[in-house]
Ligand binder design. Sequence first.
Ligand code: GLV
Ligand code: MN
Ligand code: MN
Ligand code: MN
Length: 425
Amino acid sequence: DPFCGSSSLPTSLSVDGDSLQRQINELSTFSDTPAPSVTRILFSDKDVLARRYIKNLMGLSGLSVREDAVGNIFGRWDGYKPGLPAVATGSHIDAIPYSGKYDGVVGVLGAIEALNVLKRSGFRPKRSLEVILFTSEEPTRFGISCLGSRLLAGSKVLAEALKKTTVDGQNISFVDAARYAGYMKGEDDLSNVFLNSGNYSAFLELHIEQGPILEAEGIVTAIAAPASIKVDFEGNGGHAGAALMPNRNDAGLAAAELALAVEKHVLDSGSIDTVGTVGILELHPGAINSIPSKSHLEIDTRDIDEKRRNEVIEKIHQSAVAIAKKRSVSLTEFRIVNQDPPAISDKSIVKAMEDTSKELNLPHKLMISRAYHDSLFMARISPMGMLFIPCFKGYSHKPEEYAASQDIANGVKVLALTLAKLSLD
Ligand code: GLV
Ligand code: MN
Ligand code: MN
Ligand code: MN
């Protein structure tokens, strides 16, 4: 092997922080709401343009680009042992309504820049290095979080649902939406999206912290276990003036009561690590002078401790049943959409990131991720590690989200050198 003796770690790592910041700003203009907010929904026109922007950057960096049937995008730099399992890194670029420009984006643009850094340094990877853009980390359009990585990790249930039953709020099917964006062309099943475990020797994700803890970099040791639930109540509705109070069964009040019950059960867990949110609450018909005949809630609940989170879910279910009975409405749906276990970072990857941070004189903290990420699912098929960048006051999922260029550049530096090490491993 001609390169075998010459493979060594890069000695100079120059991150082009200005270009990276310019790209982050540019990508944020592909949005359906005005700046500073960003809204980029899966397979919308803006999402398609943003994807094109990323593929173009991958091409400019000399990566070979591949897309799978659901729009996961892979940019590959072949190592001199291309048959070995590759080392991958990446994140997402979809953005929930009225969010900011760093969530996910930093881990995609930063990954491309990390490979640029290594290229500029003259480094030659042994294992191939891959940048992944994951489809729909956010559940906004189809209610499914980490859609792309969940599928890569081999979810047969999801593959079936995407082909047959998954629709958005406008009743557009996943298949039609994907075809609109140029994907799902003539695929009979989605099992060709699945990756074997062993495909990657390591997966790393660079991401903003989204919480208030960090002053410098964070190295993630575990990702909390997320779950989401959809609930529908139905009552008789009626005239807001004429129907007397004792004769009502108000589906809206059932929803309000359940929302408060969610908060109570979460707080009763006694742990600061248990969280629960009712982020969607819809009333039908939604007229001021009509008693709500239908209500719809979507509940997000998470915990570091899976068992404790499951107990909260069970209590929420019991409350939904009891509230429906008390208010004489029917509980027409109580559906647990996902109930995922937590993920643990790979010890040797954590160690590699810690060592790298020390070598680069960058302080770091070990921490848990309370937010979920594509890494939660990549951990099912690959040793996984995550690197967090501090963000202003922990703001995220809102327009005020901000991370300093210098912090991003430091993160990219640690990412680049860790990728180099793992590539030679
Ligand atoms: C995903 O962005 C999450 O809610 O953690
Ligand atoms: Mn997010
Ligand atoms: Mn994210
Ligand atoms: Mn997330």
